[in-house]
Design a binder for this molecule. Sequence first.
Ligand code: DC
Length: 217
Amino acid sequence: MKKVIAIDGPSGAGKSTIAKLIARKLGFDYLDTGALYRAVAISLIKLGLKEGASDRDIEAALQKTDVEFNDGHIFLNGDDVSSEIRSPEAGHFASVFSARKPVREFLMKTQRDSAVNADIVAEGRDVTTVVFPHAFKKFYLDASIEERKKRRSLELISKGFEVNEDRIRQEIIERDARDSGRDIAPLKKADEACLIDSSGLSIEEVINKLMGYIRDN
Ligand code: DC
């Protein structure tokens, strides 16, 4: 296993932006674990599964599912689904299906394998606690709900989606409750992770905080 910088936190805290920039600065690969969960969710939906599907049906569908994250792009059964996974529906179903044991087990090897031959910056919900417990540096990136709502709205608008800010706020609250409240690998701050609240900070300020911590600790 090579060097891993692991960043967890809730949706909209800025993890993707920050992880990508840190990876570029350090010459590490970037691993977006949320993209893997989103691609799996799309596959399960396409195969006709609903929210309450049985573990057996999920396992059968996963046998027909191949996901790969490569150079910032996510592939589902060989097709580039990098844009498709960014829809609000894909985010919702990723959160729903990621609570299921077969899905988490299915993606464990893919995530760990990405650090076998390359130093990586990985971001997600359980990369500091479960996937890479021995990561070289760990961060928990947070931001206020209002700030996350603002960022999420801008992101969706830039991708051409229609935006209702009250609805986005509600979705953020529901997503937090689901991702932090599930039984398996819930989102939580690892004791040893450095907490950074990005509310009111520019991207550059957040990067400087992380880089300072990486250098000094
Ligand atoms: O980071 P994101 O919004 O792309 O993640 C989508 C969902 O995937 C998130 O709500 C929960 C799930 N997820 C997870 O359970 N574990 C991870 N390491 C990453 C994402």
